[in-house]
Design a protein around this ligand. Structure first.
Ligand code: ZN
Length: 250
């Protein structure tokens, strides 16, 4: 994984803006890991994907995640800071994924049910992107991941699995792919309400690259118009040099 240089930052924004959420996350990884075959990226588990995105954030923007959230109790907007290291739970993949490799399969036994399930990857996420609500999408995702279902030793249809058993599947999935869901404990400084905030690093990184790309576009626009330089020349400058020219131009 390598940091996004200014030229890649514009590629990340430009090539990703018309993609769905799942495809955009893979597009960012493809820019950070240009030697990895693109065909295997969708087969990274979602936890592996997010571990790579956290590393891409760390290399490009530093060790800290800075964002904001609204308190669900009093609606106050809170500034939040999180160290990248404290959001890392799973091992980071060190090489490309073989697209032909069999998926990771987990097993759950609960209340007489025996379930075999897959750990989700980006192809699963793409399949549920059109769902209107988070809850229906989550249930559809869990049902999609079921590989084999038995009740008291007898095979049962996949859609027969009741909600509490699906919840057990979700818990076991997290233990197999710990980076899959990172929840940050937040306490409101105003009213004292505490809640768990889901860290969506793919969306976080997409909005960071968008903001940084807009800053770079403004600088290119300004300096190209004033000095007649090419976009690539301006983007290849160090940020200190670009900033100095911007100050002189002002
Ligand atoms: Zn509050």
């Amino acid at each position: 994984m390598r940091a996004l240089a200014p030229i890649q930052m514009l590629d990340a924004w430009d090539g990703g803006r018309d993609l769905g959420r799942a495809a955009r996350a893979l597009w960012l990884i493809a820019i950070g890991e240009p030697e990895w075959p693109k065909s295997g990226l969708a087969r990274l588990t979602l936890g592996q994907r997010d571990a790579l995105l956290l590393e891409l954030h760390r290399l490009t923007f530093g060790d800290t995640l800075e964002g904001s959230a609204r308190c669900p109790a009093c609606d106050r907007r809170l500034d939040l800071t999180l160290e990248v290291a404290s959001a890392c739970f799973g091992p980071m993949p060190t090489g490309p994924v073989d697209p032909q490799a069999p998926p990771t399969v987990g097993r759950v036994e609960h209340d007489g049910w025996q379930i075999a399930f897959r750990v989700p990857d980006s192809t699963d996420l793409q399949a549920i992107e059109h769902f209107p609500s988070v809850d229906t999408a989550r249930e559809a995702l869990l049902r999609r991941l079921l590989v084999q279902v038995h009740q008291a030793g007898e095979p049962r249809p996949l859609n027969a699995v009741p909600e509490p058993v699906l919840a057990e599947v979700a818990m076991e999935m997290e233990s197999l792919d710990p980076q899959i869901e990172v929840v940050v404990d937040v306490v409101c400084a105003d009213c004292g309400h505490g809640w768990g905030l889901l860290l969506e690093i793919s969306e976080f990184l997409a909005s960071e690259t968008e903001a940084e790309a807009q800053r770079l576009l403004y600088q290119v626009h300004h300096l190209a118009r004033l000095y007649g330089w090419q976009e690539r020349e301006i983007l290849r400058m160090s940020s200190a040099r670009r900033k100095a020219y911007m100050e002189l131009a002002d």
